[in-house]
Design a protein around this ligand. Structure first.
Ligand SMILES: NC(=O)c1ccc[n+]([C@@H]2O[C@H](COP(=O)([O-])OP(=O)(O)OC[C@H]3O[C@@H](n4cnc5c(N)ncnc54)[C@H](OP(=O)(O)O)[C@@H]3O)[C@@H](O)[C@H]2O)c1
Length: 240
């Protein structure tokens, strides 16, 4: 039997957990009883989200940590901090990401590097830092937020598409790795269409053609609730 662990005993690390989709993931995980470390660059945004979600759930479950995913030393410090304080990273949500809209004939080295370092290299480094702890604890879930731009090419964001396609390729290799090593670690990928990160109140109507962030959060909780020997590999989720 693969080891199981109730969410109330789990520690999640959500990059970009202060805003948008990451914030919705954070609130759902915290409501389910997990402790959640949210990490991105803007400390004040993280603090505000942590305070608000903690107020909503009536407990201190969300903790803010400022880091820049493009800085290698920040990644090691972040993972070291989570392990020292909480002893585990049970759920790693690789959600931080950005796009630099430069068409193929306009791409700059800086724009390309910024997108690749944030969306792809940073994820690789975080996974590399967390994997030994997940393996030691014989438990872990890694959730990558790719995009439909990881499955289709769009002329306005070629570097973003390359990074999100790359993320899926990396995730597939990671999944093969954990399968071969027999580790009790699952790897999920979200490939959403457009998600409304402006109208996020639970009763808000999303913009036409956009998904409400609560649907992303519900889907995350469903995916995590599946048996340990089951993995919902790529989650293609669109507005109807
Ligand atoms: N919204 C959509 O329609 C959609 C569709 C498909 C996929 N996605 C993906 O969903 C994920 C979340 O995006 P979102 O839509 O929720 O937008 P968002 O609110 O802009 O979230 C992006 C998050 O990434 C963080 N981030 C950016 N650069 C970072 C860095 N160098 N280090 C650490 N964190 C960094 C940002 O925080 P700081 O600025 O504080 O660092 C922010 O919290 C992204 O990966 C995006 O590509 C979005």
């Amino acid at each position: 039997m693969l080891k199981t662990k109730p969410l109330t005993d789990q520690v999640a690390l959500v990059t970009g957990g202060g805003t948008g989709i990451g914030r919705a993931f954070t609130e759902a995980l915290a409501r389910a009883g997990a402790r959640v470390v949210i990490a991105s660059r803007r400390q004040e945004v993280l603090n505000e989200t942590a305070a608000k979600v903690n107020e909503n759930v009536g407990d201190e479950r969300v903790f803010a940590y400022a880091f820049d995913i493009r800085q290698r030393d920040h990644i090691d410090l972040l993972v070291g901090h989570v392990i020292e304080r909480f002893g585990a990273v049970d759920v790693l949500v690789n959600n931080s990401g950005l796009a630099v809209p430069e068409t193929v004939d306009q791409i700059t080295e800086d724009g390309w590097d910024k997108v690749m370092d944030t969306n792809l290299r940073g994820v690789m480094q975080l996974v590399r830092s967390c994997l030994p702890h997940m393996t030691r604890n014989n438990f872990g879930d890694i959730v990558n937020v790719s995009s439909q731009a990881g499955k289709h090419g769009y002329a306005d964001v070629p570097s973003y598409c390359a990074s999100k396609f790359g993320l899926l390729g990396y995730a597939e290799a990671l999944r093969d790795h954990v399968r071969k090593t027999g580790a009790n670690i699952r790897v999920f990928n979200f490939c959403p269409g457009l998600v409304d990160v402006e109208n996020t109140a639970p009763d808000a109507e999303p913009k036409p053609g956009f998904i409400h962030v609560k649907s992303m959060a519900k889907t995350l909780m469903y995916a995590l609730s599946l048996d340990r020997n089951v993995v919902l590999e790529d989650i293609n989720i669109y507005a109807r």
